[in-house]
Design a protein. Structure first.
Lengths: 415, 291
């Protein structure tokens, strides 16, 4: 999947570049020449492995953002360009991020969906002092105990996700008994830790908990076990395509127990289809939200790629736009100055309210959406969610779902 | 754990096992006859699922149980005739390397053709929902899987044991030179056996397609599990694969009740245990050809 140049193309491009360089050398002063070089951004997306569906959306949305930014005059009068590469696992991610900084001389990094990769890449960003925006990794540690000065998170933290569904359940439902299913790796454990804190507040009783291996192909025995336990609500903290598999099989067995999930991705519900998808879930953004920003982005994306965007596309698109805004405001590509600008900018991210990165943990502060599955009156196969609540509500402070300073062990060293 | 629950988990173990059995028998007869450890098996299983998804809009779900395995088997036989055939005489490592490389190639091809996104695919309308029989409530579609498996396993046993072709296959896997001396050309037999093994993989893929997501990574784990089942049962042994597949299904089913995090690992634990007690697997016998 790596984009390579053929020898012929390389000679052509190199020739053209040499000619262009030659002509500018003759006709333009040196300072202009420097400005005409594009600002480079390394874009890490999962191109292979179980997160690759999200990577596809991320890279497409990134290209769209770059086109739009360049069409409107670029950043600091310069064009921007992204260098897209794979981040399948932490080793590869670190290697690619380092190569981007050392060889391709990128000014900034964005991307990652896997939390494990993100935790590794943010160390690289810190070491080389380059701004890095995490577009798709949820682990609390990224903006918690591992946080650093150069790393920002557009993706919401697990705490924001779980608190969103939690506040909804607290307000609208009165479940007394819960059963928790947890993916048996960092992401799931993280989610369940936050869920348990939440159950304490809800006054709900945890009547069962199971750790489930990732990539489980069959949940039938587990579903029989859930039926035996008969809780009022099942909290599904399993991730990725496992969520799709679980939902299909849960529906297959025809259980009537309500499901609630802290985190979902649009793609997972699309894959399950409206017949099998069910439950209430937190999602970071949804392409049918009723606001001009979303209509504009979804419309452009669909016109360019023929498919509607999903939440990962939103993450990478929004991050690039925010980065461009911050660099323009800083007036320089110097990462230290850009960090300060990132902490100050406020912007519309298609969520109806002004969004901003919190200065002490660099987390994007934003509302989340609690959705149910749209079973009837769907426009097409992509029309799968009903948004049933925006959390925090319009009248509440956005920070109420983000962890407080007491809850979040982030002590970043400022440069 | 009351009796009803026990029974439910037992039934579920059998159904889980049934798919393992189908996969493992395919792998096992290919190895038994040709001596190739087919690392593309999981990928061919996935191709079966993709074929089913692609053809269902035109021919409906059920004809796929026959059409998809035939298509994938034809593809497998073409590969056998074009490539595999050339390396039978060489180092056994060649077969491993070739099928390993082919698996990676095919998986990426699937990504290019069908995309990296999973494809939503539902259980056919006639078999949706659960069937209630007394205290036992169980998925209709899974009963269907069990029935299909029994039919195919029975048919296969009859074919291998009771027909002339079956006799040639069994004889050829034991002593190919003697079979050749009797004037029977084994070349087409090898191709047919490879096709049969592949068809079984694709058939399990079709059965599994509505249950889990149909996506490019679906074959990887499944292929590994098929190997575990074959190794437990004894390489090349028909009934070994049947018993072992059902055992693995039961162990997994009950493991999820008592200790879910161990569910995946339980298969491997069982394999280690069996290999310690019986190094050739449950019904594995000494094969002069391979030892």
């Amino acid at each position: 999947m790596k984009k390579g140049l053929s020898r012929r193309q390389f000679i052509k491009t190199a020739g053209a570049a040499a000619a262009a360089a030659g002509s500018t050398q003759i006709f333009a002063p040196a300072i202009l020449r420097a400005q005409q070089q594009p600002i480079k951004i390394g874009h890490l997306v999962p191109l292979t492995g179980f997160l690759s569906p999200m990577g596809d959306y991320a890279s497409k949305a990134g290209k769209l953002a770059v086109e739009e930014i360049n069409a409107s005059g670029g950043v600091l009068g310069r064009k921007i360009e992204t260098i897209v590469d794979d981040e399948t696992n932490p080793g590869v991610g670190v290697q690619k991020a380092t190569k981007m900084i050392q060889q391709d001389k990128v000014d900034f990094l964005i991307g990652t969906v896997s939390s494990a990769v993100c935790l590794a890449v943010m160390e690289v960003a810190d070491r080389y002092q380059k701004v890095f925006i995490n577009t798709g990794s949820n682990s609390d540690d990224i903006r918690g105990k591992n946080c650093n000065y150069y790393t920002f998170s557009t993706e919401a933290s697990n705490t924001q996700y779980v608190n969103a569904i939690g506040r909804y359940l607290l307000k609208s439902k009165s479940y007394k008994s819960f059963y928790i299913l947890t993916s048996d790796y960092a992401f799931g454990h993280d989610l369940t830790r936050v869920t348990r804190r939440l159950l304490g507040e809800l006054g709900g009783k945890e009547i069962g908990h199971d750790l489930v291996p990732t990539n489980t192909a069959d949940y039938s025995s587990l579903i029989l076990k859930l039926r035996n336990a008969n809780p009022e609500c099942i909290i599904v903290n399993i991730a990725g395509s496992d969520q799709t598999t679980f939902l299909k099989q849960y529906t297959e067995f025809g259980l009537k127990i309500d499901l609630a999930g802290g985190v979902t991705d649009t793609v997972l519900m699309w894959n399950a289809g409206k017949e099998a998808a069910q439950g209430v879930w937190t999602i970071i953004w949804w392409g049918e939200l009723d606001n001009p920003w979303t209509k504009n982005f979804a419309g452009k994306y669909r016109a360019k790629y023929g498919l509607p965007p999903e939440n990962q596309a939103w993450g990478d698109y929004t991050s690039l736009k925010a980065l461009a805004q911050a660099v323009n405001q800083a007036g320089t590509t110097d990462s230290k100055k850009v960090v300060e600008a990132m902490e100050k900018i406020k912007f519309d991210g298609g969520k109806g309210r002004e969004l901003y990165y919190r200065s002490w943990d660099h987390q994007l502060i934003q509302p989340m959406y609690v959705t149910s599955i749209k079973k009837t009156g769907n426009k097409d196969q992509w029309d799968i969610f009903n948004v049933i609540a925006e959390v925090p509500g319009k009248d509440e402070n956005l920070e109420v779902i983000a962890p407080t300073k007491e809850q979040n062990p982030c002590n970043m060293k400022r440069a | 754990m009351d009796l009803t629950t026990l029974l439910q988990f037992f039934i579920n173990g059998i159904v889980l096992g049934a798919i393992y059995v189908l996969l493992a028998i395919g792998l096992s007869i290919i190895f038994g006859m040709i001596g190739i450890v087919n690392l593309t098996h999981g990928i061919l299983y996935m191709l079966g699922a993709y074929a089913a998804v692609s053809l269902t809009p035109y021919i409906g779900f059920f004809p796929n149980l026959i059409v998809a395995p035939l298509l994938v088997a034809a593809f497998g036989m073409a590969i056998e005739a074009a490539f595999l055939r050339r390396i039978y005489k060489g180092d056994p490592a060649l077969g491993l390397l070739f099928t390993f490389g082919l698996a990676m190639f095919l998986e990426q091809m699937v990504r290019l053709i069908w995309g990296t996104l999973g494809i939503p695919f539902q259980i056919p309308a006639a078999l949706r929902g659960a069937l209630v029989m007394g205290p036992i409530i169980y998925s209709k579609y899974r009963y269907f899987i069990a029935l299909c498996s029994v039919a195919v396993i029975g048919g296969l046993w009859w074919f291998l044991e009771k027909t002339r072709y079956g006799t040639i296959i069994r004889a050829g896997s034991r002593d190919p030179d003697m079979v050749r001396m009797l004037g029977i050309s084994l070349k087409p037999v090898f191709t047919a056996v490879f096709g049969l093994g592949v068809a079984l993989a694709a058939f399990s893929g079709v059965l599994a397609s509505p249950l889990a997501g149909v996506e490019p990574a679906m074959g990887t784990n499944t292929g590994t599990f098929a190997f575990v089942v074959v190794v437990i049962g004894g390489l090349g042994s028909f009934w070994g694969s049947v018993i072992s597949g059902l055992m693995v299904g039961e162990v997994e089913s009950f493991c999820i009740f008592f200790w879910p995090p161990m569910a995946d690992a339980s298969k491997f634990a069982l394999m280690i245990l069996i290999l310690l007690l019986r190094p050739r697997g449950l019904l594995g016998r000494r094969w002069e050809r391979f030892e």
